[in-house]
Design a protein around this ligand. Structure first.
Ligand SMILES: [Zn+2]
Ligand SMILES: [Zn+2]
Length: 164
């Protein structure tokens, strides 16, 4: 890379803002999701927050309808993106309750993140009430805890335990 090239890519990184610097520094901005990365944002007609992605399952295509997006709130980052918080929640939810060994694979972290999100937003839901997770939340959680094989089980709601 020449000095000029370095300078221009540094400028691009700074223009993208400090929150988006990481992929440029680690050189990941050209890899990752083919259509979902921040520099090739597709227009999502039903999205108000600017962070949603279109999923194959139409039930997943809902927006948090908040500006700024709910995923930019510190509460969301604390509750849904922190390993330690999700580990403790997972132990409390499952291992303690059912006397099982805790599991800390990526899908468990994602599933717990969705649960924490629903608990935070809606409190305890009555049985049978399904509350979907917004697409922006789903996308952010998947970016944080990516599935190694890229295969996701899709729809999440307050009562879906199918993510495995
Ligand atoms: Zn949105
Ligand atoms: Zn959003």
């Amino acid at each position: 890379m020449s000095t000029d090239e370095l300078r221009s890519s540094l400028k691009a990184a700074i223009a993208a803002g400090p929150n988006n610097m990481q992929p440029f520094i680690t050189g990941q901005h050209s890899t990752g999701e083919p259509s979902g990365s921040s520099n090739s944002r597709v227009h999502v007609p039903w999205c108000l927050c600017g962070n949603c992605r279109i999923y194959d399952d139409p039930r997943m295509n809902i927006c948090c309808r908040q500006r700024p997006c709910i995923t930019s709130k510190p509460e969301f980052r604390n509750l849904c993106l922190r390993h330690d918080v999700l580990e403790v929640a997972n132990i409390l939810n499952w291992s303690y309750q059912f006397n099982q060994e805790p599991s800390f694979c990526m899908s468990k972290f994602r599933n717990q993140a969705y649960r924490n999100f629903i608990l935070w937003q809606h409190g305890r839901l009555g049985a049978g009430r399904r509350t979907p997770v917004p697409a922006c939340v789903c996308h952010t959680v998947r970016m944080r805890f990516p599935q190694p094989d890229g295969q996701y089980t899709g729809y999440h709601s307050a009562h879906s335990d199918s993510d495995n």
